[in-house]
Design a binder for this molecule. Structure first.
Ligand code: SAH
Length: 230
């Protein structure tokens, strides 16, 4: 009888404690305030999107509790989900708008695609590792009807949906893939880490104005390498 009573009391305690989702929401609010806004990201749709997307459901269960930490995390297959600040930075810099069609190369966990999907009209995202692409696709499909995932080598972009208002590349390429430049709209922006694998790379902003292509280095970063299907 006493045992049953204790079980009942502990059950009530668990049920009345702030739910897991509420806990994650407050971790997420702290993440946006301390890691994103305090470091200078002020683009409101980016901040709102990062407050809304449950980052913990995109990472594997073994690292779920670290989902809101100020660091990248392993997502399996030797790949990583970027640190929240980098996701915020890359989202803000393309100045995403409601009517945008955006291409992402390197779906990975699906988190960056979800953040973009909160803001823009459509996100096309390409992943080369089939298992990762399939897993991300499943989670993204449960939450969004404006994300399309393709398993392929992102070097060649996604011709049938081009041109794009913006392209976000989340793996470090040795050079900027020419097909991606071609698939950028006039006035479009591409953000891409460029450099050798496993060394410090430069995050670059590429802008297309008519036939004019300009690029500038923004900051040193470290991304997983852009792999090739050949
Ligand atoms: N945007 C991801 C970050 C993933 S890390 C996220 O939010 O979680 C980079 C991803 O790029 C990895 O999953 C890797 O497999 C993928 N990748 C590497 N080379 C690629 C290529 N050529 N085409 C498509 N994806 C590629």
């Amino acid at each position: 009888m006493i045992k049953a009573l204790i079980t009942l009391i502990s059950l009530l305690a668990i049920l009345s404690a702030p739910g897991f989702s509420q806990q994650y929401q407050s971790q997420r609010n702290d993440m946006v305030e301390n890691q994103i806004r305090n470091r200078g990201i002020r683009h409101q749709p980016t901040l709102d999107a990062m407050r809304a997307v449950p980052r913990h459901i995109y990472v594997p269960s073994n690292v779920q509790r670290q989902a809101y930490n100020d660091r990248p995390l392993p997502i399996g297959y030797g790949q990583t989900i970027s640190q929240p600040y980098i996701v915020g930075y890359m989202t803000e810099i393309i100045q995403p708008r409601e009517n945008f069609s955006v291409l992402e190369i390197g779906t990975g966990s699906g988190y960056q695609a979800a953040v973009l999907a909160e803001i823009v009209d459509h996100v096309y995202t390409i992943e080369i590792v089939e298992e990762l692409g399939k897993r991300a696709q499943k989670i993204l499909e449960e939450h969004y009807d404006n994300v399309s995932v393709k398993i392929a080598d992102g070097y060649y972009g996604w011709e049938e949906h081009a041109p794009f208002d913006a392209i976000v590349v989340t793996a470090a390429a040795e050079h900027i893939p020419p097909p991606l430049i071609n698939q950028l709209k006039d006035g479009g922006k591409m953000i891409i880490p460029v450099g050798s694998p496993f060394r410090v790379q430069q995050l670059m902003l590429v802008e297309k104005t008519g036939d004019d292509i300009t690029s500038r280095s923004l900051m040193p970063v470290r991304f997983v390498p852009f792999t090739s299907s050949d």
